[in-house]
Design a binder for this molecule. Structure first.
Ligand code: PLP
Length: 508
């Protein structure tokens, strides 16, 4: 075992990891990264199949970002946002505000309209509050929305509505907003109550009457938008009880940790309108979806909400903000929310929240370099090219009976593995099918992590078409290895392959 691996096993406790499993094998120690390739301590190379847990945008060792970081380090690494402004954080805030208001249909006209409950109101995002990670970005939105609800709407206990299966981070407030029982049940006693409503999960939707097909379930579903009706009735019910929701919290276009669950086109715009109609603030958690991950829009917006012309009242950004290089987050909000915290010092309307590394200079410098790269034409062109190539490569997966759903939004894909695609019968989590497939992928030189039985592919934008095809091909081979052979079965006249022995599911 590599000496670094030995140190890790001896001293490090890893996140979201059953450490007993971890101790059973030598961990991969990453020492180097160039573009979409990672190298471990033994010199083995891997493709970065999930963009280093959804953070990396432009690949590792990006020249522009590295240079920006070095340049900043030659001046200063950090100064406090408590009491001082700094150059990169100021520049970045203005750039983020510009990007966040770009490409919205007719936002100039909508800017003029105000009034809280006005239907179709599209706010402008004007202010940036910095923090350190996705969880804190949500935590900030949560606290600001809470205070806004109390001060402006006169609510005693503002309420929050979010989606079933939602994941908004791991700090206590962010956990309270989330609804993944597996992660959250243990901490229930620590949490405040929030409500959840049905998420649009076409593949497993009880209202979808379509028989399974070899296609993305969103595209052949048969339903009457019951998921939207559920949102409507949640808001109506709350209004009837005279306890309206203060905020509607969503991951737009695609829920990540819930299992890469995409929303059918139109869902976001419809539910946003319902929420606005009830005077609720819209909190968009774009920690995973932001910065172009969910694909190009005509007006070059970098954010998922804008695909449906929706502008939130809070835009929460983290993972990709610095290109995935440094921990930094931003919560963007409106003048209206900002104003609710203005007053004489003695009124104590101040937003009492902050972190030691808020507005970090090196992080902001990296983020500026990342944004500069994102907006070049060559970069946009390459992202489009990758999306097409991704689509073509993923289409090959349908030949496997263990593939139930393949869902791609932009450069994010979730591949849901099932026991039998004709019935959508799922695997028990204890069978660790997703984990085993990802382990098989790692042996073949592609790194990613599953969400339950859903395999995630999220190539960094630096990925070449060839590398992207390799990622998908390796996934197909690994599914074969873990769940039995299929491709060869259709090889006419060839010898019948002996199915590989299924490994016994390990009971824990
Ligand atoms: C990762 C993630 C978070 C939490 O971000 P951290 O930086 O891990 O705290 C929140 N929301 C979404 C949608 C995420 O994907």
């Amino acid at each position: 075992m590599h000496p670094l691996a030995r140190l890790d096993r001896r001293y490090v406790w890893h996140p979201f990891t059953q450490m007993r499993d971890w101790m059973r094998r030598e961990p991969i120690v990453i020492v180097d990264g160039r573009g979409s390739v990672l190298r471990d301590a033994h010199g083995r190379e891997y493709l970065d199949g999930n963009a280093t847990i959804w953070t990396n945008l432009h690949g590792h060792g990006h020249r522009g970002i590295n240079m920006a970081i070095r340049r900043q380090l030659n001046r200063i690494a950090h100064s406090s946002a408590l009491g001082f402004a700094n150059e990169p954080a100021s520049l970045l805030a203005s750039r983020l505000v510009r990007e966040a208001n770009r490409g919205l249909p007719g936002h100039a006209r909508l800017r003029a309209t105000s009034g809280l409950a006005a239907k179709g109101r599209q706010p402008r995002l004007e202010k940036v509050f910095y923090s350190d990670n996705g969880s804190t970005a949500l935590e900030v939105a949560l606290k600001q929305a809470w205070e806004f609800g109390r001060r402006v709407r006169g609510l005693r206990r503002p309420r929050f509505l979010s989606l079933e299966g939602a994941y908004h981070g791991d700090t206590i407030g962010a956990v309270a907003l989330g609804h993944i029982d597996l992660f959250h049940a243990a901490f229930r006693g620590l949490l405040f109550r929030t409500d959840s409503v049905m998420a649009p999960y076409c593949y497993r939707c009880p209202f979808n009457r379509a028989e399974p097909e070899r296609a993305d379930a969103r595209h052949y579903r048969r339903c009457h938008w019951e998921c939207v009706a559920k949102v409507e009735s949640a808001f109506t019910q709350a209004a009837r009880e005279k306890r309206p929701y203060t905020a509607w919290v969503v991951e737009p276009r695609m829920q990540g940790a819930a299992g890469m669950i995409p929303q059918p086109d139109g869902w976001l715009a419809q539910t946003a309108e319902i929420a606005r109609g009830h005077g609720a603030l819209l909190v968009a958690d774009e920690v995973m979806t932001g910065f172009g991950r969910t694909g190009a829009t005509e007006k070059h917006s970098l954010f998922a909400c804008h695909h449906e012309g929706v502008q939130p009242d809070f835009l929460c950004l983290a993972k990709g903000l610095t290109g995935g290089y440094l921990p930094m987050a931003a919560t963007l909000t409106t003048q209206q929310v900002f104003d609710a915290f203005l007053g004489e010092y003695s009124e104590f309307k101040t937003f009492f929240h902050g972190h030691s590394f808020t507005g970090n200079q090196v992080g902001a410098a990296a983020a500026l370099a990342s944004l500069a790269t994102l907006e070049t034409d060559a970069h946009r062109h390459h992202r489009r090219l990758l999306e097409d190539a991704f689509d073509q490569a993923l289409a090959n997966l349908w030949t496997s009976p263990a593939v139930g759903d393949v869902r791609r939004v932009g450069l994010v894909a979730g591949i849901e593995l099932v026991r039998d695609w004709t019935t959508r019968a799922s695997f028990d989590l204890r069978e660790r099918v997703g984990i085993r497939v990802c382990e098989a992928m790692a042996r073949r030189g592609v790194l990613t992590r599953p969400v339950g039985s859903v395999i995630v592919l999220m190539p960094p934008y630096s990925t070449t078409v060839r590398q992207l095809r390799t990622m998908v091909a390796v996934l197909a081979e690994s599914i074969d290895e873990v769940l039995g052979v299929r491709r060869a079965v259709s090889a006419v006249g060839g010898p019948k392959p002996t199915p590989r022995p299924r490994r016994r599911p390990r009971r824990e």
